[in-house]
Design a protein around this ligand. Sequence first.
Ligand SMILES: Cc1cc2nc3c(=O)[nH]c(=O)nc-3n(C[C@H](O)[C@H](O)[C@H](O)COP(=O)(O)O)c2cc1C
Length: 338
Amino acid sequence: MTNRRDKQNSAAEKANPVSAVTIAGVRFGNPVIAASGTFGYGSEYADLLDVSRLGGICTKGLTLNPRSGNSGRRIHETPSGLMNSIGLENPGIAAFIEKELPRLRNLGPAIIVNLSGSSVDEYTDGARLLDETSVDMIELNISCPNVKAGGMMFGLNPDAAALVTGAVRGALRHKPLMVKLSPNAPDIAAVARACVSAGADALSLVNTFKAMAIDIRTGKPVFDNISAGLSGPAIRPIALRMVWELWEALRTPAGKAPARPVPIVGAGGIAGAEDALEFLMAGAEAVQTGSATFVHPQTMIEIIDGIEDYMTQHGLSNPGQLSTRKAAFQGSVKTAGT
Ligand SMILES: Cc1cc2nc3c(=O)[nH]c(=O)nc-3n(C[C@H](O)[C@H](O)[C@H](O)COP(=O)(O)O)c2cc1C
């Protein structure tokens, strides 16, 4: 435990304290986090960028037992986007804890583990194992569109989302729980409220959009699974709109659900500092970057530098000041009530 704190402190010292953020009790040296599934377990990128400068690293989706992932084509590029059908290939949680976590912990940034499963029991058994480790936060993946059972099926419906969120929250004694939402849900605000009522400490959005491509030489879908998840700049304006709306939805009671604003982590096509600033201005406390790292591994470092430069130029002392929505929202509530 002491060891872990020492390492966290050294990462925080390296970071510019101006852009540090605390989300659900976890300190990130800056608000830029490597998105799940796009950064391996961190050390794979150590030769390409200074990984210790990142605010956080989110692991590939992990399941209780190892999975080999989907058959056939797994990646397909589209204009301004990327489709993937990886299918949660991973070594299983026990092997992650034994082989990957010590290396990942040594890199410095806060560690988020993306947890997936096919059943509520699989999620809770995995959560119990991770709860006894040095990881900083669990990101509950109820939004993967590339698996046949579980995954996104839990994230489309508020009752199913609340069931798995409540069960995992109950299984965790030490770690904060962030729930990763699906942009494919018919009512993402209803799913978000249900997760928050069931105990989510933070929300992240978005995972990939369900999409497809056909190979016109064969007339058949490119992916064995037919559909795949779309990410990259193509989804950015939609993801931004969802973050904007969710920020307000969490502050607006609906039906029997009380309003409980939890921190939001925004993702979707962020490829530069200006993109990240838009999400932070929309109310996100931090951002995740995924697909852009494949194109240009230094992207996240440039985003961190760009956010810090913007803050310095505008005399801001923490990233929370980037969002002017708090004051505007309080103003609009007042107006509505008078
Ligand atoms: C190749 C690939 C693998 C991914 N794997 C996961 C995963 O295991 N778990 C998860 O929650 N999201 C996964 N995602 C989604 C990303 O974490 C992110 O939410 C999404 O790609 C949007 O961000 P981006 O446009 O910056 O890539 C994956 C995305 C890609 C491109």
